[in-house]
Ligand binder design. Structure first.
Ligand SMILES: [Zn+2]
Length: 274
């Protein structure tokens, strides 16, 4: 399931290859995939793709036509991907939206077999309102002071907080596990009761883990592929995610344990205490 590093990998590939291209056609395979703006889909024909950015775990294309800018926000959901070419004929079935483009990359396909993701067509004001409503601070942009306040003002458990998109946008289960292990924090610790020193470590390792994962092109757990069809390498660097029974990499002598909960947690019982 794509999280921040995977969405960032997608956004970077699209930015370097597609900015400047003109959208010559938009084909929607399933109407219910497009939210808040199916009626404006025809507007995008003839517009120029001027920007690509990541917001949380989503990718936003900026399109310009006649002095007006509109946006197309792609939720990657559980299984959503964007491809330059369909890797296999069977992918056609779950391709819900295709942009035809001028330039060396003639298409962009939104493929999503499990349909947990949506596409939103929004004007600039609509995008601003959407982002404010749905997304909290970005883990890579948030300042230390903002982050400390976010953590200390919440009663919830630290792992749930890291994954709560309206508060901190972009982290899902894989990276929450990896970050908490590196910070030596148990996922059930209450956020507001963490000492400032522990929050400072959490802030530093959150950014380290996400930056390293972006450099590796994300984690290809399940089916993540970048738009050019390549896999992300960061899975090799996972310390705890899906590693139950494996010796803790810190050398403490314990093995990684899987905890049952709303979302599965993987911890070292010795290095991450409640
Ligand atoms: Zn350990």
């Amino acid at each position: 399931m794509p999280e921040l590093p995977e969405a960032e990998t997608v956004a970077r590939q699209l930015r370097t290859r597609l900015v400047g291209a003109v959208i010559t056609d938009v084909r929607v395979g399933r109407d219910d995939i497009v939210r808040e703006g199916l009626v404006v889909v025809p507007w995008y024909r003839g517009s120029r793709l001027v920007s690509v950015r990541r917001v949380g775990k989503t990718v936003v294309l900026g399109c310009e036509k006649g002095g007006e800018t509109r946006h197309m926000l792609f939720e990657l959901g559980m299984t959503g991907l964007l491809f330059f070419t369909l890797l296999h004929p069977s992918y056609q079935k779950h391709t819900h939206l295709t942009l035809s483009l001028s330039g060396p990359f003639p298409a962009l396909h939104y493929w999503n077999p499990r349909r947990f993701g949506r596409v939103y067509c929004l004007d600039s004001e609509g995008l601003r309102a959407f982002v404010t409503r749905r997304f909290g601070c970005d883990p890579l942009d948030v300042t230390w002071e903002q982050f400390r306040d976010v953590i200390h003002r919440r009663r919830g458990r630290v792992k749930a907080l890291l994954m709560h998109q309206p508060v901190i946008a972009g982290i899902g289960n894989i990276y929450a596990n990896e970050i908490l292990y590196r910070a030596r924090l148990h996922p059930d610790r209450v956020a507001s009761r963490l000492r400032v020193a522990a929050v400072a470590i959490l802030y530093r390792v959150m950014r380290e883990v996400l930056t390293e994962a972006i450099q590796a092109g994300g984690s290809s757990v399940r089916d993540f592929l970048a738009p050019d069809g390549t896999k992300g390498d960061y899975r090799k660097h996972h310390q705890v995610y899906n590693k139950s029974g494996v010796l803790c990499p810190s050398g403490c002598g314990k093995t990684i344990r899987r905890l049952k909960g709303e979302r599965t947690s993987f911890i070292c019982p010795s290095c991450q205490r409640t």
